[in-house]
Design a protein around this ligand. Structure first.
Ligand code: ADP
Ligand code: ADP
Ligand code: ZN
Length: 214
């Protein structure tokens, strides 16, 4: 099963993608996590990506596309994957479609987690991230057992630099301009499914499992 998660920053794509990955036994591939891991490790890619990410802008397509096309051909992805945060532009979507066509494959579902901008701002302000293992929490809606500490790996949780309110508004603008057109793109391919992302975590997930099947 090959799945794409669509939706605004903070809509809950990552949260749901992790649940999908666990239930269906497929890898969760997040370009944001890949970039953050590169930043943490001080790689060349990380240095380049950081300048864009800190400003709430998208990393250029040419730094992003090859990375994903390579990742989806790794052995753990033979039975499918859930892509989170990619594609984010029409050129990225076209690059993915072309690469999959060459491999004789295609995306099965593009799931749009629909959340209005008003709700996004509260979600992002309360988001706390573990930069070591990629786990995500919310101070109210998905709190860790011990305040400020990752349940999974014990690392200190942080408010991401790009989750500060001044950057969130910019990321929402970037989303509407560059990413929202993908809804029409995947609708045109007959694979778009929309879920109401304003519901609580488990309700959003049951809408998704209804689409994907047991
Ligand atoms: P969120 O989950 O809040 O939407 P992500 O972790 O997916 O945030 O992305 C954080 C940042 O990483 C983005 O604002 C952007 O700068 C960069 N990024 C992630 N994925 C992509 C992509 N597919 N194309 C370009 N930039 C990306
Ligand atoms: P995205 O990957 O789309 O940027 P996340 O999955 O990181 O979004 O979720 C953004 C924030 O909102 C996180 O703090 C997360 O714990 C919280 N969150 C996710 N889904 C819900 C939900 N259905 N209700 C309330 N909070 C949520
Ligand atoms: Zn962790």
């Amino acid at each position: 099963m090959k799945i794409i998660m669509l939706g605004a920053p903070g809509a809950g794509k990552g949260t749901q993608a992790k649940k999908i990955a666990a239930k269906y036994g497929i890898p969760h591939i997040s370009t944001g996590d890949i970039f953050r891991a590169n930043i943490k490790n001080g790689t060349e890619l990380g240095k380049k990506a950081k300048t864009y990410m800190d400003q709430g802008l998208l990393v250029p397509d040419e730094l992003t596309c090859d990375l994903v096309v390579d990742r989806i051909q790794q052995p753990d992805a033979v039975n499918g994957y859930v892509l989170d945060g990619f594609p984010r532009t029409i050129p990225q979507a076209e690059c993915l479609t072309d690469a999959l066509e060459k491999l004789g494959s295609k995306i099965d579902y593009a799931i749009d987690v629909n959340v209005p901008d008003e709700n996004i701002v509260t979600r992002m302000g309360g988001r706390r991230a573990c930069l070591k293992c990629g786990a995500t929490y919310h101070i109210v809606y998905a709190a860790p057992a011990k305040e400020g500490i990752c349940d999974t790996c014990g690392e200190k949780l942080v408010l991401r630099d790009d989750d500060k309110p001044e950057t969130v508004q910019k990321r929402l603008n970037v989303y509407h301009e560059q990413t929202q057109p993908l809804i029409d793109y995947y609708s045109g391919k007959g694979v778009l499914r929309t879920v109401d992302g304003t519901r609580d975590l488990d309700e959003v997930f049951s809408q998704i499992t209804e689409i994907l099947g047991e």
